[in-house]
Design a protein around this ligand. Sequence first.
Ligand SMILES: NC(=O)c1ccc[n+]([C@@H]2O[C@H](COP(=O)([O-])OP(=O)(O)OC[C@H]3O[C@@H](n4cnc5c(N)ncnc54)[C@H](O)[C@@H]3O)[C@@H](O)[C@H]2O)c1
Length: 274
Amino acid sequence: MDVQGKTAVITGGGSGIGRGIARCLAANGMNIVVADIEQAPLDEVVAELEAAGTAAIGVRADVSDLSQVQALADAAVGRFDSVEVLCNNAGVGLSAPIAQTSIEDWRWTLDIDLWGPIHGVHVFLPLMDAQGEGHINSTASMAGLYCTPSLGAYNVAKHGVVALMATLERDLRLANSKVRASVLCPGPIDTNIVDSQRNREPASAAEHIETEAGEKFWNLLTRSLAEGMDPDDVGPLILDAVVNQRFWILTHPDMARVTLDQATTMLEDRTLTR
Ligand SMILES: NC(=O)c1ccc[n+]([C@@H]2O[C@H](COP(=O)([O-])OP(=O)(O)OC[C@H]3O[C@@H](n4cnc5c(N)ncnc54)[C@H](O)[C@@H]3O)[C@@H](O)[C@H]2O)c1
């Protein structure tokens, strides 16, 4: 796709990876619709993009709510007439062993991390099909390819996102659609995800069960993310996938080799050891 003058919608664009994607696509001539649940960072990104000469709007939207995702699409089309790129990027994470994962934790994580991308595909795919052009990218994670302990709800959601996008890519190809799909599976990126609960309803957050194992894993993760990739370095990978029709986007391809270990243990009928 030639992205110049086209329009991209980026959910979770107020911070981290989404903000980096917005900056990169804007620098390459796209109009930008930034969506986020947090108003202040949303306003900040839009002001930054506009100051750099990009046509941009911000839409406050909770991706776990289908009607808000529909309103996001309406606002984007209302302002720019079409949407050629959608990045289903908004996401949250928390850590707890499955035995101590509350139903509220399951719902909160799956509602945003899995239902968010499902809503995005459901709303934007017909629009792109009718346009005869489009690209839908969703942000999964290495946790969509391999299961680390103490991250059950997140692993389930992100495996779901990989399945959603891999199936969509095949469906689109079989239907000779002009719409393309891709999935981003980042390794550690230095963002605000460790502070995900900032956007959570207090009643739902109160149900979170703190455990020693969960906290230990989260501290490990926090340290690894702080040393992780600059989120601004992810945008060019998305641009490349859109322009060159790539499906898999891995920020740390070497880490993905762990999936080979997983496949080997399955074929050899062994229990996973790490
Ligand atoms: N940071 C990493 O190392 C890493 C690794 C793998 C995957 N990811 C994924 O990358 C994506 C972006 O996360 P990030 O690391 O940039 O974190 P971040 O917290 O910096 O950004 C996430 C953004 O999503 C927004 N958001 C949260 N809930 C929302 C909702 N219900 N509706 C709309 N917006 C919402 C937040 O306000 C925030 O602006 C997520 O899907 C995350 O799971 C991150």
